[in-house]
Design a protein around this ligand. Structure first.
Ligand SMILES: C[S@@+](CC[C@H](N)C(=O)[O-])C[C@H]1O[C@@H](n2cnc3c(N)ncnc32)[C@H](O)[C@@H]1O
Length: 235
């Protein structure tokens, strides 16, 4: 796996590394089709353990720092939105950390269908509510607007997925005073204007930067960047 886009047949039933998903140029229909075909083997392909897929554990590291700055989000009863939830890997980590109210949205209904199967140790569903067909580049529906105390966007600000300025839509999912955590693949950070978009956002009244991690575990092939924002009241 690397950050160079590679072409791949969308109907290839062989292993689908993340590198192939990064060749789709952010085309919503191609991404939806790609993830529909990948959903069933996504977890085994990215790896089931922290040493293979470090992103969920790193979200918890970023969250620890967020809680130091914004103690309210340490409450296990807060509402969390796993945005771009995929098969639910981030929610597994959040649930294990004790968070009880986790919702999820994703472009791909097939990825969401896998997330829907996930349960907690007592057999109850991991997610409270899930919705597929949700495009994070578009303004959120009223149901998801200012919905969550904590929004996590894991593995979506990456090559060929959503553009940096989608963050302006993503912040609308967060309740005023709440927190947004994003993960950013290095190859994306280096080739897009994420840094500039983020700096402009945090220079504006809309959000403050709570923490930035330049290098925490991400996928097997690379570490990633993690950003923690506090979203302010909107005028
Ligand atoms: C690499 S996966 C990460 C999934 C999950 N967060 C994880 O950590 O395993 C990227 C996810 O982003 C979703 N996605 C891609 N473009 C999207 C968009 N415009 N809006 C919402 N989700 C999108 C895909 O369907 C896929 O589930």
């Amino acid at each position: 796996m690397d950050d160079e886009p590679r072409t791949a047949g969308l109907n290839d039933k062989t292993k689908r590394p993340l590198g192939q998903s990064m060749s789709l140029g952010g085309d919503r229909e191609k991404l939806a089709e790609y993830y529909a075909a990948w959903a069933e083997t996504y977890d085994s392909d990215v790896g089931e353990t922290d040493d293979k897929y470090g992103l969920p554990g790193s979200v918890l590291v970023a969250l620890d720092t967020a809680v130091e700055q914004v103690p309210e989000i340490g409450d296990p009863g807060i509402t969390i939105l796993d945005a771009g939830c995929g098969t639910g890997r981030v929610a597994v980590a959040l649930g294990a950390a004790g968070y009880r109210v986790i919702d999820g949205v994703d472009l791909s209904p097939e990825m969401v269908a896998i997330a829907e199967r996930r349960t907690r140790s007592d057999g109850s569903p991991l997610y409270r509510r899930l919705e597929g067909g949700v495009d994070l580049t578009q303004p959120p529906s009223p149901a998801w607007s200012a919905h969550a105390d904590l929004v996590v966007v894991g593995g979506v600000f990456t090559v060929g997925h959503i553009p940096p300025d989608a963050i302006h839509q993503v912040i609308k999912l967060v309740k005023p005073g709440g927190v947004l955590i994003t993960t950013v693949r290095p190859g994306y950070y280096d080739t897009t204007d994420y840094a500039q978009v983020s700096a402009a956002l945090t220079a504006s009244p809309a959000a403050d930067l709570v923490a930035e991690f330049a290098s925490l575990p991400y996928t097997e092939d690379t570490d990633g960047r993690y950003f923690v924002y506090r979203i302010n009241e909107r005028s």
